[in-house]
Design a protein around this ligand. Structure first.
Ligand code: FES
Length: 158
């Protein structure tokens, strides 16, 4: 099949136009969509030296979480309850009650976590002992590396 010169030029111009459009749209799409793709990235946070957490005594630890909000980085002050019985295995609890999200506290005298809003009571292991909470305390994944305690402050149910 023989292609006429005019037809060849038309295809050439179309192809060149397509390449130019693609070369403009690809970087633009990457720039605008990259925050969406990065949402799944995990950001572990250094909580402190593992040996500074007292044994058998829930400890409230504050930390700063940096999170990307579009193109801005926002810093949030947060806290967590950390429990360890042996200094090796740690439970790191979200500091809000699983009933309606009130902050709870550790009662040294009763040795229980107590939520003041509706008298929810949890054990040191986060189990529901009394009140309306529908499930145990939520936990954050944690790991100890070279004596340092790291957490991933996203809720992992129960
Ligand atoms: S919010 Fe904690 S018991 Fe209701």
């Amino acid at each position: 099949m023989k292609m006429h010169r005019r037809e060849f030029l038309n295809y050439g111009i179309l192809g060149l136009g397509g390449l130019i459009t693609l070369s403009i749209l690809t970087p633009a799409a990457t720039y605008f969509l990259s925050p969406i793709w990065k949402k799944g990235e995990e950001d572990w946070i250094f909580l402190g030296e593992a040996d500074k957490i007292p044994l058998d005594s829930p400890t409230k630890v504050e930390f700063v979480q940096r999170r990307k909000d579009g193109w801005m980085t926002v810093e949030e002050k947060r806290s967590t309850w950390v429990v360890t019985k042996d200094g090796k295995e740690f439970s790191v609890f979200d500091p809000t009650c699983t009933h309606l999200g009130c902050p709870y506290n550790w009662s040294v005298s009763k040795k229980e976590f107590i939520c003041p809003c509706h008298n929810g009571v949890f054990s040191m292991e986060g189990k529901v002992l009394a009140g309306p909470p529908p499930r145990p305390l939520d936990r954050y994944p944690n790991r100890v590396e070279n004596g340092k305690l790291w957490i991933l402050p996203v809720i992992k149910k129960g």
